[in-house]
Structures are given as structure tokens and as C-alpha cells.
Design a binder for this molecule. Sequence first.
Ligand SMILES: Cc1cc2nc3c(=O)[nH]c(=O)nc-3n(C[C@H](O)[C@H](O)[C@H](O)COP(=O)(O)OP(=O)(O)OC[C@H]3O[C@@H](n4cnc5c(N)ncnc54)[C@H](O)[C@@H]3O)c2cc1C
Length: 451
Amino acid sequence: MKRILWFRRDLRVEDNPILSLGGEVLPIFIFDTQILNALPKDDKRVSFIFDRVIKLKESLQDKGLDLKIFWGDPVEIFRVLEAQGFDEVVASGDYDAYAKERDIRVSHLLHFRYMYDTYIFKPEEILKDDGTPYLVFTPFYNKAKALFSKEHLREYTFGEHTLYKTSYEGITKIDDKEEILPLDIDSIGFRENLPRIDQLETKLKALKDNLSIYAKERDYLDKEVTSHLSIDLRFGTISIRSLLRFLVEQKNRGVDTEPFFRQLIFRDFYAYLLFHFPDLAWENYKYRFNGIEDEEKYSAFCEARTGVPVVDAGVRELLQTGLMHNRVRMICASFFTKDLLLPWQWGESFFAKYLLDYDAASNILSWQWSAGTGIDPQPYFRIFNPYLQSKKFDKEARYIKKWIPELRDVDAKKLHDESYLLNYSIEKYPKPIVVHKEASQYALAYFKQRL
Ligand SMILES: Cc1cc2nc3c(=O)[nH]c(=O)nc-3n(C[C@H](O)[C@H](O)[C@H](O)COP(=O)(O)OP(=O)(O)OC[C@H]3O[C@@H](n4cnc5c(N)ncnc54)[C@H](O)[C@@H]3O)c2cc1C
């Protein structure tokens, strides 16, 4: 068998299903111009991917293989490869609308073999008794636990391969003509801007220490209790099964791993929903709430000028690092869709532009959850009070002050006190652009009219 192994969301050698089949192989990675053309030239994710692709190439070389790196439109690249007599292309699943359509087009050129890797369950594995998909998380979770078996922990071993003979030098650009470019990020039109993130080993060591307090403390903004593994899961620099095996080990040591496992199932649930209901990417599942398009409010949010400290701190964290604590994502998304009454799609695309761990399913479904418009959403009338949230989860305002140093000398209590912020001026920091109670009452009336 002569196979093309197409790495996408699985940038690793360990426990990788596509490396388990063996045969004569051409491992490839494609810098997809359809995706890259829309991104700013200093996008941190491109730097991260570039760095991991080079590491993947080195790891494959250590195993006697290599990685041919392309730059261009995947369909055009496969048109070129098709002429070279391959039997099939092997890749792991990618569920967003663009990926699904691209894969279908590639499958018209070469036999396309999917290997499941990215999530714990296959999308058709968990269904209701009547064969339809679950719409509510808790029954999905219960069924997931009931169906969870050793197969979901399987470790894929490295197959017997021979490397397809071709040049593995540089980056192969496929355009009107074929061209070999130097192996650096400038060749694909980007500037290096690597995000500062811990090594995977460091994260796993910290997770081991934090698992027992994860459930109780993960919502606190100034505590580093969550795993920061979302970017690794997004790009497959960790195998989901190896993370599950790690959890089993911890469970066998007596640690309660269920709260963390539950979050991984949330990730699966969102991918599952987007797979079964692809229109959710742009359409509400429920209600006709569209929000009100208001460029001024939108700019204030995106430039961290809302005057609500926890919201502005979250947006600054996002802009500076590409990360945002989960609780702050929830607070920001609620403020955006309720207090500011802006369309959730605008917030979704703002997060999509900056999140290092951007994942279409998790982001879209979380925004729809916050807006109250998705499948299994929070009730539309549940509106977070951002001041009570920050008082509870950032009592000493350490998180707020870290990201908004202008507020360093303001007493923490005042930063959770809306009436203080509305009535007193703070040097170099704006007053709140909305009054929470009024804005939420207005939003509720607006929603009720459209029920
Ligand atoms: C508005 C909004 C947008 C979001 N956008 C994304 C996104 O684009 N990409 C993304 O990976 N997550 C997204 N999330 C979910 C969550 O915020 C992140 O997964 C989490 O903050 C990542 O940090 P961590 O790895 O330290 O998480 P941990 O708490 O350590 O959780 C472990 C893993 O479980 C998964 N997970 C945890 N919480 C959730 C959740 N609520 N939904 C789905 N998966 C979860 C992630 O893969 C995470 O890495 C979003 C949440 C909200 C409210």
C-alpha cells in the first residue's frame, strides 16, 4: 500500500493512528492558503503551528521517516500528488464546515481514509435509543460514561514503514508552478510571533498536582489550577487517549478525576453537536434573538474600554496572550450578548481571531450557550452580573490588576462595586458604558418580545 499520511490536528508522532498502518508512506503537512490568507502576518497560532510542524518533522526523521511540507490549496496539492500513484490518503477527522467540504473534494481525487483521533468518541457512537443525537449534555455525559471502554484508551503503535522517495527539502509551494522555498516562516508570508506557553511536560506535571483541587478551585481567576491543555488538544500535540490514560493512572492513585473528565466530554459534546448540526456555525438553534448591531459598543468591548474591570481584564489577557480563563470567557460572553446586546456571531469571530486554542465547535457552541440560543443553552434569562462574578472569583482583584495595571492602586472592593465605578472617576480608566441592571432588564424585554 502506498499512502499519503496527512497531518492536520495531530501534530505528533506518539500514539498517532495515521502512523499505525505502515506501508510505503509520504507524510505531509499543508500550510493551507485558504486559511492563511485571512490571517494577520504576525498571527501567534501560525508561529505555534510552524514550530510544531518543524518538531514533527524532526521526530519523524528520528523514526526513519520525514515530512514533506507544502504551501498552497490542498485540493490543488492533491491533484499534483494523485498523479504519483498513491492508493489512499489517510488523515484524522476534522469537523468544521470548511474542513468537511475540503475533505470531500480531496476524496474525489484519492481514496480518503479517516482515522478517528481528535475526540474521545466518534460522532455516531453516542446516540439516543431512537438513533438520533442527544441535545442535552447530562444524558450525553451519562451515556458517554456507560459506553467508555478500554478501546477509548487504546495506544496506537508505530507501524512498519518505508519512506516514499521524493525531496523533503524546504517548503514546496504549489501555485501555477512548483517551487521549493526555504524552511522558515517568512517563506509562507508570516513573521515569527511565538506565544509564551509552557512545555507539555510542565503542564502535565502541574495537572498532576492540581487535579485533586480542580473541581473546587478552577473558577478562581488568580489561581493557576486549570491545565492549559486546550491548545495541545486543538493541534493534537497531545493525544486525547494519552491524556485519558494519564487520568486513569491518577484515578488509580485515588484522585477524583471525574470533574476534569467531564470537561473533556464537554469538548466532545460540542464537536458532536457541530458535526450533527453544522448550521449552528452561523444560525441560532433556538429563538430569533439576533442582538443589535452597534459598532460603538463592539469597539469598546474589543478595545477593553467597557469600564467593567473583569471584562476589560479578560479582553486584555486575550489580546496580549491569546488565552482567557474559562470563567472570564463566560463573563465576557454574557456581558457581550446580554448587557451589550450584541450578536453572538460578532463575539464568536472576535474570539476566533485571537484565541490560541480556537476551536470552531467549542467556541461557537459556548457563544450560543452564553447567548441562550444554542442546543442545551443556559436559559436566556440567566444573566451574569459581572461585578458579583469578579467579587466571588477574583476577590482581591489580582487578576484584574494583573491585566489592567492602571487599577493597581484602587481598592479591590471598589473594582467590584458598580455604583462606585459609575460615580467616581478613576485616572486613565473609563466609567462603565452600561448600567448592569438597566441593560439586563432591557435585554430581557427584548428577548421576551422575540420568544
Ligand atoms: C465563550 C467561550 C468560548 C470558548 N472558546 C473555546 C475555544 O475556542 N477553544 C477551546 O478549546 N475552548 C473554548 N472554550 C472552553 C474553555 O474556556 C476552554 O477550553 C478552557 O478555558 C481551556 O483552558 P484549560 O485547557 O486550562 O481548561 P481545563 O479546565 O484544564 O479543561 C481541560 C480541557 O477540557 C476542555 N474544556 C474545558 N472546559 C470546556 C468547555 N467549557 N467547553 C469545551 N471544552 C472544555 C478543553 O479542551 C480543556 O483544555 C470556550 C468557552 C467559552 C465560555
